[in-house]
Design a protein around this ligand. Structure first.
Ligand SMILES: *Cc1c(COP(=O)(O)O)cnc(C)c1O
Length: 385
């Protein structure tokens, strides 16, 4: 059994993948070839935004909007400590300060009430109100932006987050790296839930290519134009006219061709992921804490993640039965050496810390068969019996 079975997807896509790659080999425009514009139109239509700007990774898709907003030293950017390092890394790369806000124990996503408290704490440079990074206590930082993460495929609570962001004049960047294809209760797609979003096409994400890739999604014409410039070394009218400091952040044409082929089956894959999740939940309810999807929402089910007291025992039992599992994330970001200089302490974010000790992600992909799902369910129950 595979944790994510890309071979099964290849069998379903058959010749379509090879033909898509061969077309690129034939026209030979490996950088910014015609498939890039075609994919960008298709992604924007799917998500329901005006602009999709493809780029080299989900990380660069997070980095470039922050660059476009001019975020840097003296700025506080709020995000969760229970995410992949990239979400907070881009903040630090720009010289701004990541300010962590604990997550909701049921959705694993940024807790909007705690966000309001954390912003208040930053404005008053008062860690009594909410745990702060050292830099925020030494002098007041400007609260500039918040990066909510749609963890494991489930959209964060944007309605509440936007209220706080609006109140304090902060930008919101949706980290939709895991949620491409998901929907909020109003039927809006992930990627359209904030004024700007970043997604990733890393192979194991819900929509993945065969290398690194990502996209910035927005309705904002000016922001899209600046991101298009940043992606090619801050180009102006042409490549050798440089109007700002940018990066080499393009998506390869071959990866765009692969993504176009995969888009053909993506909607069916989302439905299949939901069916897999439903079968897991039915079989595991009452045995472990199963993921909750708020009414009306649809998760992209990047991961199916349970919470259990005997997580390590379950993982060991599944391993004996050759069932691969993963722990996302074993160490919250405020406990990472890379962020030691922020000066956070153990206990600052109790929900994230507890989750890191109790979560376990089970095999999840659209081609998981009912008998395989039942085999996993049996193994989890056996570990607890
Ligand atoms: C994967 C991921 C990223 C980074 O995407 P890459 O394409 O690997 O750079 C950022 N945030 C989250 C939550 C992710 O899961």
């Amino acid at each position: 059994m595979a944790f994510v079975d890309l071979k099964a997807q290849q069998r379903v896509l058959g010749d379509r993948l090879k033909q898509a790659i061969e077309r690129v080999l034939d026209h030979g425009v490996f950088i910014m070839g015609p498939e890039i514009a075609e994919l960008e139109k298709r992604l924007a239509d799917f998500v329901g935004v005006k602009h999709a700007v493809t780029c080299s990774s989900g990380t660069d898709a997070l980095l470039m909007p922050l660059m476009a907003w001019g975020i840097g030293p003296g700025d506080a950017v709020f995000t969760t400590p229970f995410t992949f390092i990239a979400t907070a890394e881009v903040i630090a790369l720009l010289g701004a300060v990541p300010v962590f806000v604990d997550v909701d124990p049921d959705t694993f996503n940024l807790d909007p009430e705690l966000l309001a408290r954390a912003v208040e704490a930053v404005k008053k440079a008062d860690p009594q109100i909410y745990p702060l990074p050292r830099a925020a206590t030494e002098g007041a930082l400007r609260p500039r932006a918040v990066i909510p993460v749609d963890l494991f495929g489930l959209p964060a609570d944007y309605a509440s987050i936007h209220k706080t962001a609006l109140h304090f004049g902060m930008d919101v960047l949706e980290d939709a790296a895991q949620s491409f294809g998901a929907m909020d209760a109003g039927g809006k797609r992930a990627g359209a839930l904030a004024p700007c979003a970043a997604t990733s096409f890393f192979p194991a994400k819900p929509l993945g290519c065969y290398g690194d890739g990502g996209a910035v999604l927005t309705d904002d014409d000016d922001l899209a134009e600046v991101v298009r410039s940043l992606r090619v070394h801050g180009k102006g009218g042409h490549k050798y006219d440089n109007v700002r400091i940018g990066i080499n952040g393009r998506l390869d044409t071959i990866q765009a061709a692969i993504l176009l082929a995969k888009m053909d089956v993506f909607s069916e894959e989302l439905a299949a992921r939901e069916a897999v999740a439903a079968r897991y939940t039915e079989g595991l309810n009452g045995w472990v804490k199963t993921p909750k999807v708020p009414a009306g929402c649809r998760s992209a089910w990047a991961q199916y993640t349970i919470v259990a007291d005997h997580r390590d025992k379950i993982q060991a039992t599944l391993k004996e039965r050759e069932i691969p599992t993963a722990i996302y994330y074993p160490k919250p970001l405020h406990r990472q050496k890379a962020f030691a200089s922020l000066g956070y302490k153990p206990g600052d974010f109790p929900v994230a810390e507890s989750l890191s000790e109790h979560v376990l992600s089970l095999p999840m992909h659209p081609y998981l068969q009912p008998d395989q799902i039942d085999y996993v369910i049996d193994a989890v129950r056996a570990a607890l019996a």
